[in-house]
Design a protein around this ligand. Structure first.
Ligand SMILES: Nc1ncnc2c1ncn2[C@@H]1O[C@H](COP(=O)(O)OP(=O)(O)O)[C@@H](O)[C@H]1O
Ligand SMILES: [Mg+2]
Length: 168
């Protein structure tokens, strides 16, 4: 099934994808489930529901209002307990940490460094998003056309402190 069908079909039951349980990523407050090749849903962890849902709401709001969306995973739909997004291929290998800027240099994509660096700073300024979080390689992925995009941009400085206190 293509993403167009899945998104346009009023009978699509996204809860069925949660029940199937094909988790493809785990963050501090959210789980990511595969729907098909192009779509994921991001679901707050039951234990941290409020924090996970707050991240979903911020991410959806940023996607809707950002002046530049080129480097953002698409958010298709926000619900009160999950969010539907474009599926990316995460860049980081298990638990790898580091900055997207170093990564771009190490894979010979220097031409993207300035643009992505400015994009991250502008996004952080515009929405008060945590700068280090935006730089973190674990929060970046590659879309089906090979474009680099942020897959996690739901953390403001305020929320970062709260997550740090509650989740660690
Ligand atoms: N759009 C996406 N496409 C594919 N995988 C994703 C996507 N968004 C998140 N993931 C995976 O799920 C993990 C958890 O999602 P994330 O948004 O980082 O949650 P948290 O805000 O709790 O850190 C990510 O580290 C990544 O591996
Ligand atoms: Mg994350």
């Amino acid at each position: 099934m293509s993403n167009i069908n899945l998104l346009d079909d009023p009978n699509t039951d996204f809860y069925a994808f949660m029940k199937k349980g094909r988790i493809i990523g785990r963050g501090s407050t959210r789980l990511t489930y595969r729907c098909d090749k192009e779509i994921v849903i991001k679901v707050p962890k039951p234990r941290y529901f409020d924090l996970g849902q707050a991240q979903n709401e911020i991410e959806a709001g940023v996607y809707e209002n950002a002046s530049q969306k080129k480097f953002l995973a698409k958010v298709y739909h926000l619900e009160s307990d999950f969010m539907v997004c474009e599926r990316l291929r995460p860049i980081a290998k298990n638990k790898q940490t580091g900055s997207i800027i170093n990564h771009l240099c190490s894979v010979g994509k220097e031409e993207l460094v300035d643009e992505i660096y400015h994009f991250i700073h502008q996004l952080s300024d515009e929405f008060h998003l945590h700068l280090m979080d935006l730089l973190e390689i674990g929060n970046w992925g590659i879309d089906r056309k090979g474009n680099y995009k942020l897959l996690d941009y739901g953390c403001t400085y305020e929320l970062y402190t709260e997550i740090f206190e509650k989740v660690g």
